[in-house]
Each structure stands twice: as structure tokens, then as C-alpha cells.
Design a protein around this ligand. Structure first.
Ligand SMILES: C[S@@+](CC[C@H](N)C(=O)[O-])C[C@H]1O[C@@H](n2cnc3c(N)ncnc32)[C@H](O)[C@@H]1O
Length: 399
């Protein structure tokens, strides 16, 4: 029953008529306190139990658990559901992308708003059951929309996931200003491959003076402009550009949640990073972007790379990307969650796993690459254990 987004929501540049309807949805979400659902982790299994130390702490403090897994997800939902049943029900429809009966959605939103959302292709309705074609995720009190996961095979699919919020999370932790940047000077920021615009919109909302988000997929730019409008950000510019081809000038902050899926393992246009295990495109992005980073600037890149024959391939990729510059590269393991089906391909290339990293790059006196750590790295390591255990269990069942 899903609509193919090319024929549906945000399929053309003529999407402005949908804006009042989505603003009405945004107001409804604000009125019921939808932002509280950011503290809800995703349903996981018993192997996620170690994560619940961090999940529970964040939940109690009303902080972000967005897209983290939990063995106790139902318990968190029940606790929040006692206080705010409407927010939890809409989280089910809009963030977990489960189908709900029409009568329930009409009750949550109003029959008229529901009909308008169906008319604009935001929701699909079939035999009294409603499915959302968008995913809505809350971060920093703002709501971001992108394509629902069931549209993933569309070549124009617009991604929003856990890694989308990593650049803004890091930059917020340094107050959106590189350590060596003058406190009075205005900041110029570039979000390379901005997708639905989570980093660029958050930067605009945080008061970064000049923000440009770029992408090569027009639907991404539409979503990014829509997300800026929904969150009252009108200072951020979004434009079409193949890496830096349509961008001029230098920047104090450059971020990229780069596409880095290895083509041999998965075909997904939004994420394909090309050769060298999917690092070719991110390496090209970093190399070109370094030429536009001001001497006092900072670059933050989310990147996925394999462990090859026991070595972190990300170190090799960073050497390729940065070798012409005197820079300090600090690599933080962020996520070990990348499950891939084709075990024979991995074995042939001596790859044990893929890990997602947050990479901080700053100009320095000499070239250095270090692998740092963080509290989150420990949390994310649990995902690695989880995926290995799941694979081992699957192998046992097959045997
Ligand atoms: C993994 S997605 C991340 C999107 C977004 N930054 C986020 O964090 O949610 C990678 C993005 O890079 C874009 N992209 C791929 N190749 C690109 C290129 N050559 N130039 C600019 N953007 C590109 C894709 O369209 C996609 O939106």
C-alpha cells in the first residue's frame, strides 16, 4: 500500500501547497509534547540489556535515546504512555512507522488533518489502516522529517537515522565554535551531503551565522528546506552541489555524514561510497573540503570503514584524505552496528566488521592520526557484540 515517493510526497519542486498541512501537523505534535518521545529507545532484544544503563539514565533525565536499541523499550513506552498516551501513539505511527487504524489516527490528529495528509501523499490509507510515508524524529526539541524506511529501495530515498544526529551532537558539545575560532567572528558552516538537513537546520537554530547545506539529490534538498521551515529556521541555505562544485568560499565548520556503503555489499544511491570498501567518496569529500577549511576551522565527518585483517581501515582512509595537509585527525569509534549479509565477500577481503566513526579534523603543526575513545564508543561497542551474537545464533540455526 506504500506510495512510491517519485509519484508521491515531495516528488516535484511544487511542494509548497503541502507546507500548511505539515505546519498544522507540526503544531499538533508540539501541542501534545511529541518532543518527549526523543527519550524513547527503539525495541531491541535481550542482547541490548547492557545499553539500558545508558538508556535508563537518559530516559530519566528526559534526554535523547533516539534510534538506540533497548531490551526494555516496552517499559519506557508504558511509563511515558501513562503521562502522554497521544505522544506515544504518534511515535508509533511516525517514528516506529507502524500502521494504525484510521479511527485512532483521526482521533490523534483530527479527521480533516488526516485527510489532508493523505491527499498530499504524506500518509497512505488502505481499508481503514493508515501508514506514514515519512519518519518524524525529534532532536534538540526540533522535529525532522524524512522518508519512512519502507521507501528505502527508491533511488531518491531520503535518509534520517541515528548517525544523522551525530554531527550536530558533536558541534553542540563544543558550542558550535571551533576551539581556535575567535569568539566574536561570525561562523560559516557547510553541511556536505546534507540529506534531510538535520545538521544544517540545527546549526541555523543554534545561531551559526552562515550555513549552507548541499546535496546531489533534489528530494533531499526539498526535505531539508521543509525541515528548516517546520523548525522556524530561515537563515540556512540549501543548494544542489556535487561535493563542492557549486559552493564558493571558505568555512569555519564543515560537517558531513558521508555516504559510505561499499558497493559490493549494498546498492543504495543515498549511501554508496564507491571503491575502497566505500571510502572513496568520503575521502574525496574530505580532501576537497580541506581546501576550503579556514586555518582556525574544524571538520567533523561521520564515516563507516571496515576492520581489514585486524587493522582499522579508517586510519588508512584518513591518510589518503589528509596527507597533503598538516592536520590533526582524531578518530572516535561511534557505532559497530553494520550488519552485512554477504559473509563470503567479507571473508574474501579479510574484513571482520564495519565500524562507524566520528572523525574530527583540525589544522595543526604536523600530520597526525589518532584513534580516540569516548563514552559513547563503549555504548556503541555493545551493538558490535549484539550483531556478532545474532550472526552466531543464526549460523547455529542454519547448521
Ligand atoms: C548517509 S546520507 C546522510 C544524509 C544526512 N547528512 C544525514 O546525516 O542524515 C549521505 C548523503 O550524501 C549525499 N551525497 C551522495 N553523493 C554526494 C555528492 N557527490 N555530493 C553531495 N552529496 C552527496 C546523498 O544524497 C545523501 O543525502
Amino acid at each position: 500500500m506504500s506510495v512510491w515517493p517519485r509519484a508521491g510526497f515531495l516528488a516535484t519542486d511544487d511542494w509548497l501547497p503541502a507546507l500548511p498541512v505539515l505546519l498544522a501537523l507540526r503544531r499538533r505534535l508540539a501541542a501534545i509534547g511529541f518532543h518527549t518521545t526523543a527519550a524513547l529507545p527503539l525495541p531491541g532484544n535481550v542482547l541490548d540489556l547492557p545499553l539500558d544503563v545508558a538508556n535508563a539514565r537518559a530516559f530519566v533525565r528526559g534526554r535523547q535515546n533516539l534510534f538506540h536499541h533497548s531490551a526494555l523499550a516496552g517499559a519506557y513506552r508504558r511509563v511515558l504512555g501513562h503521562q502522554n498516551p497521544e505522544a506515544v501513539a504518534l511515535h508509533e505511527l511516525l517514528t516506529l512507522n507502524r500502521m494504525l487504524p484510521r479511527a485512532r489516527v483521526a482521533e490523534l490528529l483530527s479527521p480533516r488533518l488526516l485527510d489532508e495528509l493523505v491527499d498530499h501523499g504524506v500518509f497512505s490509507e488502505d481499508e481503514g489502516i493508515v501508514e506514514s510515508n515519512i519518519v518524524a524524529a525529534v532532536s534538540g526539541g526540533r522535529v525532522y522529517l524524512a522518508d519512512a524506511p519502507h521507501l528505502r529501495d527508491d533511488p531518491d530515498y531520503v535518509y534520517l537515522g541515528r548517525s544523522s544526529f551525530s554531527p550536530a551532537g558533536y558541534l553542540a558539545s563544543i558550542d558550535w565554535r571551533p576551539p581556535r575560532h575567535s569568539a566574536r567572528a561570525p561562523r560559516r558552516m557547510l553541511d556536505l551531503g546534507c540529506g534531510a538537513g538535520p545538521a544544517a537546520v540545527a546549526a541555523g537554530a543554534a545561531g551559526v551565522e552562515h550555513v549552507i547545506g548541499t546535496d546531489i539529490v533534489e528530494r533531499c534538498l526539498r526535505y531539508a528546506r521543509l525541515n528548516a521551515a517546520l523548525n522556524g529556521v530561515d537563515t540556512t541555505e540549501f543548494r544542489y552541489s556535487d561535493v563542492l562544485s557549486a559552493v564558493e568560499g571558505d568555512f569555519d565548520l564543515i560537517v558531513s555524514n558521508a555516504p559510505c556503503v561499499w558497493e559490493e555489499l549494498q546498492q543504495a544511491t543515498f549511501a554508496t561510497g564507491g571503491a575502497d570498501f566505500g571510502t572513496a567518496l568520503p575521502v574525496r569529500m574530505i580532501r576537497e573540503a580541506l581546501g576550503r577549511l579556514r586555518p582556525s576551522g574544524l571538520m567533523y565527518v561521520v564515516m563507516t570503514a571496515p576492520i581489514v585483517d585486524g587493522d582499522d581501515y579508517v586510519v588508512e582512509a584518513m591518510r589518503r584524505a589528509c596527507r597533503e595537509h598538516s592536520v590533526d585527525v582524531c578518530i572516535h569509534p561511534e557505532l559497530a552496528e553494520y550488519e552485512v549479509e554477504q559473509r563470503s565477500v567479507l571473508r574474501r577481503h579479510k574484513i571482520s566488521s564495519f565500524i562507524r566513526y566520528g572523525v574530527v579534523i583540525e589544522f595543526a603543526d604536523r600530520f597526525s592520526v589518532s584513534v580516540g575513545s569516548s563514552f559513547d564508543a563503549m555504548r556503541y561497542r555493545t551493538y558490535g557484540v549484539r550483531s556478532r551474537a545474532t550472526r552466531a545464533a543464526a549460523a547455529l540455526v542454519r547448521a
